[in-house]
Each structure stands twice: as structure tokens, then as C-alpha cells.
Design a protein around this ligand. Sequence first.
Ligand code: CA
Length: 245
Amino acid sequence: MTTSLSATEAATRILIVEDEPAIADTLAFALAGEGYSTEWRSLGREALAAVNDGGFDLVILDVGLPDIGGFDVCRELRRHSDVPVIFLTARSDEIDRIVGLELGADDYVAKPFSPREVVSRVRAILRRLRPRGGAHDAHGAANPFTVDADGARIAYCGTWLSLTRYEYGLLATLADHPGRIFSRAQLMARVWQDAGESLERTVDAHVKTLRAKLREVAGDDPIETHRGLGYSLRRDLRRDASAPR
Ligand code: CA
């Protein structure tokens, strides 16, 4: 039974895993306001069972749960499921672990958070996973990058860049997840086949040359350095609709 929601929105189900009822309630309320349907579990064990039963489009997962910690829940869940995961964390050292380890999380939000922030992260992740809605892609800033995976080339603001193999890999990874911070180790693992032999400084060196090439095209460098964490592409990428030439 749906009201005025489109079929897609009505079908979007989000699992909230949080042992503090007040936080879970706040989130459920905010997400319901955006048309998402939610279910709440307070234990990691229950969350794993719920994900196994299937049907969730996204999981919001508290790191500090009373039975199984959120990190272990995520690791376990990743053995069978690709469902997007957003961590809720209360401690900054946990953020380092989320960003630094390959836990398979899609994003995180630090407590205390505003429900609006969580809703916008949820929306961003779900949008990324779904085909674009054409004219109704109202929230998405247009991406100034065109990634041609078959040709291993990338255009920025309408101009094809001349990139080395590693520069291409770095930029394709960042451009695929604007706003997401990748640690140097994560970038190494994704871009370098023989990561064991290379140093993380190598990432810095290639990011530096990549930045120079981006600035040459648009006088603008959308890569952000996060001290002690890694790199990301700015979320608020500016609009440039011109086709690559
Ligand atoms: Ca907790």
C-alpha cells in the first residue's frame, strides 16, 4: 500500500542498527520523512540475520553495539552482501579505522550528527547506485568528469586529459565516489597491481602530477587532501555540461 510515493522510493528499505533507541527513532523519523521505509535492530546478531533475509537497500550501522561490534558485523555481512553500509561512530579513532581499513563501508557519519546529514548521505549513496533520473536528478551536482573505462581515458570540463596509467586509475577511483575519502593504502590497493612493492609516497607523487594536469584544463583542482586520512574528490563538483572534445 503506497501513498504518493513512486514505486522506487516506496520500495527503498533501510536497516538501522543502533542500540540507543533515541538515536534509532530520530533516524527512522528523518528517513520516513524522505519516503524511505526503515526497520530497526539493536544488536549486531539481529542485523546479520535481517540482512541475510534480504530486501534492504542500505544499512546504517552503529560501530558500538553491545554484542558484535559494527566493524565485525560489516566484515561478516560483506561475505554475502553488497548492500551499502554507512557507519555511525562516536569516536574519532574509529573514523581512522573506517577510512584506513578495507571494511567495505560506503560512508560514515560521526556522532553527534544531524538527521539531515544522515539522510543526505543515504540519498547520495542510493543515487550513486541507481541509474540517473534524467531531468529529475535534482540533488546531484553534475560531474565535470567523463570516464571512458573502455578507452581508459578521462575528460575534465570537456577536455580529454593526457594521463599515465596510474594517474588514470587514481582519478577514475576518486571520480567514481566524489566526497569519499580514500586512504593511500586503499588507493594503492585499487590502482597498483603490485601494491606490496610500492610505497604509499608513490600515491602522493602521482596525485601531484594529476593535480597539475587538472589545473591546466580548468585552473581548478578538485582533489582534496585530508591530513592523516587520504584523498577525496570534492563533493560539490562544479557543473560543466560541455561534451568532451
Ligand atoms: Ca552504540
